[in-house]
Every structure is written in C-alpha cells, then in structure tokens.
Write a protein that binds this ligand. Structure first.
Ligand code: AP5
Ligand code: ZN
Length: 216
C-alpha cells in the first residue's frame, strides 16, 4: 500500500498516520516530524528548515524533495508507505510521481481529511507533542494518562513553536493557496478518497480504513 494523507494543519494527519501505519504494517513518513527531529538535532537540514517552519511557510521544494527521495529509498519503504505532510503543492506531487515511476510503482490512494477552520484552531491550540516518539495528544480531546507525559515513553510533552494563533492562521492560508489544489489534482488522477475528520479519533480511523480499502 502506497498512500498519502492530505488535509489542513490540525486535521489529524499525524494522529491517524500513526494508527493507520500500524494497522497496515507500513512505515509512516511524516515530513513535519523529520524536519522537527532535524531542528532539535541541530543538523544542516534543520538549520535550513527552521525559519520557514517557525513562520508557518513551506520549506523550499528542493530541500523537501531530496529528503523524501532519501527516505523512500530506504529498505523499509520498498513494500509500501504512508506519507503524512507530503506532497504539499502540485510541484511536489509531480516530483513524487517521477520518484515512484523510477521505482516502477505508483500511489494507490490519497486520503483527504476534511475539517473546518474553527475546529483546526481548537485542536492546534490544545495540542501537545512527544519529543521522543512524535505521538500527539490534546489537552481535552486526547489527554495522556499522566498530565504532561507521553503514555508510551514517559517523555515530557511540549507545545510546538508554530501552534501560536497567528502562525496557525498563516498555515491555514498557506494550505488554502498551495496545498488545497492537490485535492483536484488527485481527483483527476482517480486517486482521491475524502472523509470527514471530525468525531472521535477511532471513528475517523474506521472511516479512513474503509476509504483506503475501497480504493486499494
Ligand atoms: P506538519 O508537521 O506536517 O504540520 P501540519 O500539516 O500543519 O499538520 P499538523 O502536524 O499541524 O496537524 P495534523 O493534521 O498532523 O494533526 P494532528 O494529528 O497533530 O508541518 C509542519 C511544517 O513543516 C510546515 O508548516 C512546513 O514548514 C514544514 N513542512 C512539512 N512538510 C512539508 C512539505 N511537504 N513541504 C514543505 N514544507 C513542509 O492533530 C492536531 C491536534 O488535534 C492534536 O492535538 C490531536 O490530539 C487532536 N486531534 C486529532 N484528531 C482528533 C479528533 N478526531 N478529534 C479531536 N481532536 C483530534
Ligand atoms: Zn512519546
């Protein structure tokens, strides 16, 4: 299974990607998580990405595309993968198509998670993330068992730099202008499946699995 998740910031892509990748036994490839790991590790890639991420802008395509190409070339992605946060504009989608063509394969499904902007702001302002494993929580909707600590590894949760209200608004604008056109792009390719990403996490997962299985 080669699948992509598309949706605005806060739609629940990371939350669902974690669960779906485990259910489907494929690796989750989250460009946002890879960038954040590089920022906290102080790598060259992290230095290039940080200023864009803090503003809520997209990191330049040449940086992002090269990183994804390396990741998809790794052995564990040979049998399939779930992309979370890539592609994020039409040029990245074209690049992905070329990368997969070179590997003699193609995407099976692009799953769009739909949620309105007020809900996005509620979700992102209450989000807390684990620096160790990348798992995300919400102070109200999906609280950890021990306040401020990851259920899986006990690490102290943190609030992302780009989850301030004005940066959230800017990320939504970037989504509308640069990423939303992918919905039509993948519709034309016959790959798109759209689900409502509201309601309990487990219900969204159920809808996602049904949509993926319907396309595969
Ligand atoms: P990225 O990390 O991809 O951020 P994003 O797309 O803005 O998405 P988020 O991670 O904010 O939200 P999500 O949809 O994953 O929601 P989550 O599951 O966490 O990218 C960050 C930055 O990196 C970009 O701005 C850019 O600079 C750079 N970047 C990344 N990819 C790039 C690319 N391809 N090209 C260029 N630059 C790139 O959920 C949100 C909250 O809601 C959580 O608290 C969660 O617990 C809660 N929640 C989830 N589901 C539910 C539910 N059903 N009900 C209630 N609450 C829920
Ligand atoms: Zn953790």
């Amino acid at each position: 299974m080669r699948a992509v998740l598309v949706g605005p910031p806060g739609a629940g892509k990371g939350t669902q990607a974690q669960i779906l990748a485990a259910e489907l036994s494929i690796p989750k490839v989250s460009t946002g998580d890879i960038f954040r790991a590089n920022v906290s590790g102080g790598t060259e890639l992290g230095k290039k990405a940080k200023e864009y991420m803090d503003r809520g802008d997209l990191v330049p395509d040449e940086v992002t595309n090269a990183m994804v190409k390396d990741r998809l070339a790794r052995d564990d992605a040979a049998g399939g993968f779930l992309l979370d946060g890539f592609p994020r504009n039409v040029p990245q989608a074209e690049t992905l198509k070329g990368m997969l063509r070179d590997l003699d394969t193609r995407l099976d499904v692009v799953l769009e998670l739909r949620v309105d902007e007020d809900e996005v702001v509620r979700r992102l302002s209450g989000r807390r993330s684990c620096p160790q494993c990348g798992r995300v929580y919400h102070v109200e909707y999906d609280a950890p068992k021990t306040e401020g600590r990851c259920d899986d590894d006990g690490a102290e949760l943190y609030q992302r730099e780009d989850d301030r209200e004005e940066t959230i608004r800017h990320r939504l604008k970037v989504y509308r202008e640069q990423t939303a056109p992918l919905v039509e792009y993948y519709e034309k390719e016959g790959l798109l499946a759209t689900i409502a990403a509201t309601g309990p996490v487990a219900e969204v997962t159920g809808r996602a699995m049904a949509a993926i299985e319907g396309k595969a």
